[in-house]
Structure formats: C-alpha cells, structure tokens
Ligand binder design. Structure first.
Ligand code: NI
Length: 227
C-alpha cells in the first residue's frame, strides 16, 4: 500500500528546513550510508546524519509526523528512524534497490526493522526535471513526484529507484519506520478500517454500530501489534 500524505510540513516548517539545508556545509557523498546493494547505484549527496543541522531538521520533521493523523493511521509507527536529507543535482540518480532491512539509529545505537519507507519532498516539481521516485509493487510501477511538504509512505519491501535528474536540484527527506504492525497486509486492512470509521464519524451513522467497529479496530491492533 502506497499512501500520499499531503502537507506534512506547513509553509513555515518547509522554509525553516530548506533554509537550514541550503546553508549547511555537512553534505557528504550518499554512499556513506548505503549497503553493498545500494552503493554501486547510489549517486547523490546527503547531510551527515549526526550533524547539528540534521538534528535540528529531524526535530522539525518528527514533530510534524507525531501530530499527523493520516501518517499515524497508515503507518502505525512504533519507532521512527531519525529522518535523513538528500540532494540530487543534474545527472544524479539512485538506481533500483530494496532498502536495507535493519538500520542502526546513529544517535542511540538501537536497531530498527524497516517496515515502511518514507520520502518527504522538499522541492516542488517545477524546480527540477526527472527525479521521479518509481516504486514497484504487485500492481505494477508507480511514479511519485509530489509538492514540497508532501510525503509518500510505502512498504520497505518494495523495489524502488530515483530516476536521473535532468534539470535543477531535487532535495528530499527520507526515513524508515518500524511499525507496530509488521505485516503490510494487516497494516493496510487497519488503515482501511480506520479510514471507514473516521468517515462514519462524520455522519449520523448508528452510534452503537460505530462504537462496536472502533472496538474491533482496537482489538485487531491488540492482536496484531508488537512493541
Ligand atoms: Ni531506497
């Protein structure tokens, strides 16, 4: 399940993150954090994830995520990896790969299983050509290129790539989440159910039935979740 989440960052947060990244001198070769599969196909720059600018931007993004109802419903986060920031100039790309299954938090040293991958776009599509995020799943290939501030989340099991940039610069934030719900099909069912409940809550639907559905949702989370 691929979910686009609009306006994760508001205009003020976006300006704040972009200004910090634009004046940062902590940009390094993206291959420093790539595994043996990713390194040969990864051509971009990213912010040193332990730098002060990274920590400041991580705080802004995580703060926004923690209060985003659609993100919480779609991902059911257990642990969020400290968000990272990358930049692709002309000719840069990230060829087809699957993200590594386990990451080590650079601040705490704790391990995180990557259930969900996320890309939060920080530049608008008008600012660059190419640079599409292409994600393959059992329903085929999806091309994603969102407005600045918008985010896509998708199963970390997916093969994906960033196509070559042919004009301009593409800046993005990316990270992984260990979900309370490990299985992506179960996660998708819960998101669909929560969405239906939220819609029913906007109507005059029978209150006892709605309460029962909400109970079922929480009981399913209880059965399936791991912490
Ligand atoms: Ni990736």
């Amino acid at each position: 399940m691929l979910v686009c989440i609009p306006q994760v960052l508001d205009a003020g947060q976006l300006v704040s993150v972009r200004a910090r990244l634009d004046r940062a001198n902590a940009w390094v070769d993206g291959r420093v954090t790539a595994g043996y599969q990713g390194a040969p196909v990864k051509f971009n720059h990213q912010i040193d994830e332990r730098s002060e600018v990274a920590v400041e931007c991580q705080r802004i993004v995580v703060g926004a995520l923690e209060t985003n109802p659609l993100f919480i419903s779609a991902v059911l986060p257990n642990t969020i990896y400290p968000p990272m920031f990358n930049r692709y100039g002309e000719g840069m790309k990230f060829g087809p790969h699957v993200d590594g299954s386990v990451r080590i938090n650079p601040h705490t040293g704790s391990k995180l299983r990557t259930d969900v991958s996320a890309t939060l776009f920080l530049t608008n599509p008008s600012e660059y050509d190419g640079g599409e995020l292409e994600i393959e799943d059992t329903y085929g290939r999806h091309t994603v290129k969102l407005n600045a501030g918008d985010m896509v989340v998708y199963p970390a099991t997916s093969l994906h790539q960033v196509t070559p940039i042919t004009r301009g610069v593409r800046t993005a934030c990316f990270f992984w989440v260990q979900s309370l719900i490990r299985d992506e099909t179960q996660r998708a069912v819960l998101h669909q159910m929560d969405d239906a409940i939220q819609r029913l809550n906007q109507t005059n639907a029978d209150e006892i039935a709605r309460r029962s559905l909400i109970g079922c949702y929480h009981n399913m989370v209880r059965i399936w979740s791991e912490t």
